[in-house]
Design a protein around this ligand. Structure first.
Ligand code: FUB
Length: 339
């Protein structure tokens, strides 16, 4: 049984490795967590985050959460645990952490890409696990997919994986990298989605720090990413556009930045609803502006995305409570009329 803010998560099914709990929880913020990878699956929004509701999901496992209306959420329990990744201790580090998952589907299979720390003194790594359904159970592929560290090309942190299957070419790409190295690397994935076919050399997008996400709309590829320090008010989301999933990029600016009530928004994903509208799922710190490091815990939030007639993304308004979008999206009006 899990609890959050006095509201009870009701366990409705218990299996060998599966716990399903439902709860009507707050809207914006939705729940405590970070780095949310969101997808629409059969009319439901699924979120795969770092952490989870009430701080009950530690850095040793991933969970999945889904909702048909964005008001009531179902927890699908643990989908992958650290002790199920057999290669994780091969680097000799004393402790390991899991974070920043990215999920993709192809050919009826589901692929969970994830970051493995520490990043020092041993390099960070990216792993991938495979399942027959979004809720798992996920089985690790048996080896790291990418290992960070120093090379002739400089320092690279193998974190924040995001896989994109191009609907136009059918090719799948892996985007990764960030933090101190602040470097984006892109690979074409093998047909099996658990191997790298080749690295694609890409230009570094302006203001890139980490948390890359790729979506395609009307033939335009949008690469969006976090900029700044993950726990400072300058953390924000910027984007570039291109006519291909690997550039060349055209820098378009920032779309999600701190405001008077929310700080440090970042590490996000875009989803397209069944009605063809777009939402952004991201984390933020719910506090007023102030100097220095942000305090408290990161919270997952969902907001509307609007595109201009020229295809650019309009600045995104962060909402709270009843202002937050629900599914199906009930109207096109903004709670912030200036937008
Ligand atoms: O959650 C850990 C790190 O914080 C992620 O790797 C970054 O994208 C940032 O969100």
């Amino acid at each position: 049984m899990m609890r959050r803010s006095g509201k009870r998560w009701i366990v409705s099914a218990v299996g060998v490795a599966l716990v399903i709990a439902t709860a009507a929880i707050a809207r914006n913020p939705v729940f405590q967590g970070a780095d949310p990878h969101a997808m629409m699956i059969d009319g439901e929004m699924w979120i795969f985050p770092t952490g989870g509701p009430g701080g009950s999901w530690a850095a040793d496992r991933f969970g999945a959460f889904s909702s048909r209306d964005l008001k009531t959420w179902t927890s699908h329990g643990e989908i992958l645990r650290r002790d199920q990744i057999r290669w994780i201790g091969d680097d000799g580090a004393k402790a390991h952490f899991l974070w920043a998952p990215g999920v993709a589907t192809r050919g009826g299979k589901w692929y969970l890409y994830y970051s493995v720390g520490p990043q020092n003194p041993t390099p960070s790594r990216i792993g991938v696990a495979v399942a027959d359904a979004p809720q798992g159970p996920y089985r690790d592929s048996g080896r790291p997919l990418v290992t960070g560290g120093r090379s002739a090309n400089g320092e690279f942190e193998a974190i924040d994986p995001m896989a994109f299957v191009d609907p136009r070419s059918g090719k799948a790409y892996l985007y990764a990298g960030g933090s101190a190295g602040a470097k984006l690397r892109v690979w074409e994935l093998g047909r099996d989605m658990v191997s790298l076919a080749r690295e694609v050399t890409v230009d570094q997008p302006a203001n890139f720090t980490e948390g890359a996400f790729l979506h395609e709309r009307n033939g335009v590829y949008y690469l969006s990413y976090s900029h700044g320090h993950w726990d400072r008010p300058d953390y924000s989301v910027h984007y570039v556009t291109a006519r291909s999933p690997v550039g060349p990029w055209r820098y378009r600016g920032a779309i999600l930045t701190s405001d008077a009530r929310h700080q440090g928004p970042g590490h996000h994903s875009f989803v397209r609803t069944a009605r063809g509208e777009w939402l952004i799922v991201y984390h933020r710190w719910d506090q007023r502006p102030g100097p220095g490091q942000l305090k408290g815990e990161r919270q997952v939030a969902i907001d509307r995305v609007r595109y201009g007639a020229d295809g650019t993304i309009l600045p995104i308004a962060m909402t709270d409570g009843e202002e937050a979008p629900t599914l199906p999206l009930n109207n096109h009006s903004s709670p912030h009329p200036a937008l």
